[in-house]
Write a protein that binds this ligand. Structure first.
Ligand code: A3P
Length: 319
């Protein structure tokens, strides 16, 4: 029990500290450019990005890749739960693992934190669960060399943009001239947001759709049938779980359950991270001209790609 409380406290304290630091960063300094991509100074350091390739993957690592705001905290938790059930960890072991990550300052995404983390990560027990927002060209090479399995998560661009706006504003991750939706939207459409242009992210990951070590999944697919999604994910990673485990994980990772616990798990940031958790919130936000612009951009860039088709744009972004 003590471990449980301390493990949650570690991440919560880290995130609360980040929220306080955010207030002190001048709006124009919130993003920095590295190797063609924009990164939030609040959680990323140029030195860490330069050292990414020193990360040593293991073949049994469980990697989650996803553009920001596509549900990476949700699916990350699903992976933690699946690994725990499969490894038959009791509550204490599970929390000890979390505690070790906190002690080693291994922050929730591979590209976050200090450069020394890659060395410290070597001491973590298998199977390590690692999240990242990086595009494939920036994913550490050893992940591909070791054939570590990756789950690639995607979400329709309209809901992603709306979620990104609320989060970036709430977290003070973006400059002052992106504080309204009207200001944020054109920057989302031209890629002036942390990481990269949404459409480039799709184009780049689309090149990997035939890679047997990568499983592609959408937020919408999981939302529509989480049980089925979990079964597919478990099979892909070789997690051995029972029907009962799956049902229990579906319950624990429901939006309601995660939101209710968010103050405890993620501190004040929980409010921005677990906002609405629905499909189609864009309808409350997009103007007619913004809809037209997004529809046109989607059509011109990714609509005809395999991954573009998988996003079911007609269903989730038009009807
Ligand atoms: P909204 O802002 O649309 O509500 P990320 O974790 O990558 O930052 O993504 C955040 C988005 O995932 C938020 O979307 C959040 O509400 C949603 N989300 C978080 N937990 C969820 C859950 N258990 N089920 C469904 N959506 C969830």
């Amino acid at each position: 029990m003590l471990c449980t409380i301390m493990a949650q406290k570690g991440l919560r304290e880290f995130l609360d500290k980040k929220m306080e630091e955010a207030d002190k960063i001048a709006p124009q300094d919130r993003l920095f450019l590295h190797d063609g991509g924009l990164y939030p100074i609040l959680v990323c350091q140029p030195e860490t990005l330069k050292m990414l390739d020193t990360f040593e993957a293991r073949s049994d690592d469980v990697i989650l890749v996803g553009y920001p705001k596509t549900g990476t905290n949700w699916v990350g938790q699903i992976l933690v739960e699946l690994a725990s059930a499969s490894g038959k960890y009791d509550e204490e072991e599970r929390k000890q693992r979390q505690q070790k990550e906190n002690e080693l300052s291994i922050r929730p995404y591979l590209e976050f934190g200090d450069p020394g983390k890659f060395e410290r990560m070597k001491t973590l027990p298998s199977r390590r669960i690692i999240k990242t927002h990086l595009i494939p060209q920036k994913i550490p090479k050893s992940i591909f060399q070791k054939k570590a399995k990756m789950l690639a998560l995607f979400r329709n661009p309209k809901d992603t943009a709306v979620s990104y706006f609320h989060f970036a504003k709430g977290m003070k991750l973006v400059p002052d001239d992106q504080q309204t939706w009207e200001e944020f939207f054109p920057d989302f459409m031209s890629g002036k947001v942390p990481y990269c242009l949404y459409f480039d992210y799709i184009i780049e990951w689309n090149k990997y759709m035939d890679d047997k070590n990568i499983m592609f999944i959408t937020y919408e697919e999981l939302k529509e049938n989480e049980t089925l999604g979990l079964k597919k994910i478990a099979e892909f990673f070789g997690f051995s779980v029972t029907e009962q485990d799956i049902q229990s994980i579906v319950g624990k990772t429901s939006f309601k359950a995660m939101k209710e616990k968010s103050l405890e798990t993620h501190g004040k940031m929980g409010e921005s991270l677990f906002r609405k958790g629905i499909i189609g919130d864009w309808r409350n936000v997009f103007s007619e001209s913004q809809n037209e612009e997004m529809d046109r951009k989607f059509e011109e860039t990714v609509a005809s790609t395999k991954l573009g088709v998988m996003l079911k744009y007609e269903l989730y972004c038009k009807s």
